[in-house]
Ligand binder design. Structure first.
Ligand code: CTP
Length: 413
């Protein structure tokens, strides 16, 4: 079954690592959402390593794939352990201040809560009122155990042992007719890209002229990063090849840094065969200096400098040529209109020329396109026909592109 495991900020969080391990041993698919406070007790790496998936904490500002909704919607059962007094209060009020709060509001799955706190906090009337409210709403509250607490004191408030928590969870699942036997479909149920291997290139290549100078472009990598992030959110195993990108990649994303087109081509060539989807969002230099000076080129009086450029390899063309069956190849085209054709006409011609399954056409220039600014794209099929449009934040655009990719993969033409 698919278990959403919420971990809140109590010292007993360490015991929940064993709950997670047991659930995984039993074959269940678990997504962990730790609160920020809980990370003081058990770090994110533990949850990610034991669950095999990213363990996000925050609800991102603009996530059209809506992890907060998806996690809640797709979970078959939810366990919150340990649940602090503060979390119980927050839950009783339906607060959605972080990813876990959001996911709980979005779920219709049975919720099992295992409170753990000092006896005084547990018996406090406010906590008891919150617990009653939750019980009235159908939340299954596991009574805390009686025994030694964090300090020298003891009493009710202790988190039950891991095997008791697992047994209580299974008992609720059983009572709700949720099949306890794990199936392969469990894992795929979390996201529409679950288990799909996605390779994204981002940023812009630099072609050295001499020891200090290069020919580059204005790509910041924001759109490529947004694609990588959005794909990971939707369950994909993401590899990011970042060309001169200073931004961090985010959790759970394998990152390879490159500088030149040749390095990008090498990295893509070795990573692409094992990818189900390749998205070429990087702005790739079309030319590089034929000769690179190992030392800084000096000025020579008033005379100028002529650089001889040679074409670089067309990575997208090679990808399309070697595309394996079931692999989706997506290109990007940053275009400006000119006297010969509109942006759309240039884009359509490029879509036909490049032969990628999808070409994302991106008008650039005059404040459009580059950096952390809203984006607006038209998606073209291999015949240059516009099949979808998207605009908004780069993350919103990323999700719209992924929506197309998902539907293309669902019904390959
Ligand atoms: N691309 C590539 N290798 C290159 C140049 C571009 O893989 N040497 C990829 C880009 O990553 C992008 C797509 O091709 O996905 C379109 O890039 P663009 O620069 O718009 O197209 P070009 O083929 O370079 O055409 P032009 O510059 O003449 O518009």
């Amino acid at each position: 079954m698919r278990v959403l495991l919420g971990v809140t900020g109590g010292i007993a969080a360490y015991k929940v690592a064993l709950v997670l391990r047991r659930l995984r041993e039993d074959g269940h698919s678990v997504r962990v959402v730790p609160t920020a406070a809980s990370l003081n007790f058990v770090g994110r790496a533990t949850w990610e390593a034991l669950s095999g998936h990213s363990a996000p904490t925050e609800t991102f500002e603009d996530v059209p794939s809506v992890a907060h909704v998806r996690l809640g919607q797709e979970a078959q059962i939810v366990l919150i352990a340990p649940a602090t007094a503060d979390f119980l209060a927050s839950m009783a009020h339906g607060n959605a201040k972080d990813l876990l709060g959001n996911a709980l509001l979005a779920t219709q799955a049975p919720i099992v809560v295992a409170p753990a706190m000092h006896t005084e906090m547990w018996t406090n009337l406010a906590t008891q009122a919150n617990v009653s409210t939750l019980r009235e709403r159908g939340v299954h509250v596991i009574e805390p155990a009686v025994g030694r607490l964090t300090g020298a004191d003891s009493g009710p408030g202790r988190l039950p042992e891991p095997e008791e928590l697992v047994a209580a969870l299974y008992a609720v699942a059983d009572g709700q007719a949720i099949p306890l036997a794990a199936t392969a479909a469990d894992d795929a149920g979390w996201g529409d890209l679950d288990g799909v291997r996605v390779l994204v290139t981002a940023g812009g290549t630099h072609e050295p002229i001499d020891a200090v100078r290069f020919i580059g472009n204005r790509s910041s990598g924001h759109q490529g990063l947004a694609l990588a992030h959005a794909a990971a959110e939707r369950g994909a195993k993401v590899t990011l090849i970042a060309a001169n990108v200073v931004l961090p990649a985010g959790e759970g994303i394998e990152r390879i840094d490159v500088e030149t087109t040749a390095q990008l081509a090498d990295a893509v060539t070795s990573a692409a065969p094992s990818a189900d989807v390749v998205i070429m969002a990087a702005a790739v230099a079309d030319f590089r200096p034929r000769v690179v000076s190992q030392t800084k080129i000096k000025k020579n009086g008033d005379s100028g400098l002529t650089l001889e450029l040679e074409p670089t390899e067309d990575i997208l063309a090679a990808l399309v040529a070697h595309r394996h069956e079931r692999q989706t190849v997506v290109g990007f085209a940053a275009e400006t209109g000119d006297s010969t054709a509109t942006v759309l006409e240039h884009g359509a011609a490029k879509a036909r020329r490049k032969g990628a399954g999808l070409l994302v056409l991106n008008p650039v220039g005059a404040g459009q396109g580059f950096g952390d600014v809203p984006n607006s794209v038209t998606m073209l099929d291999v015949n240059g026909v516009a099949i979808a449009e998207a605009s908004g934040s780069k993350l919103a655009v990323a999700h719209a592109v992924l929506d197309r990719i998902v539907s293309m993969r669902a019904s390959p033409s």
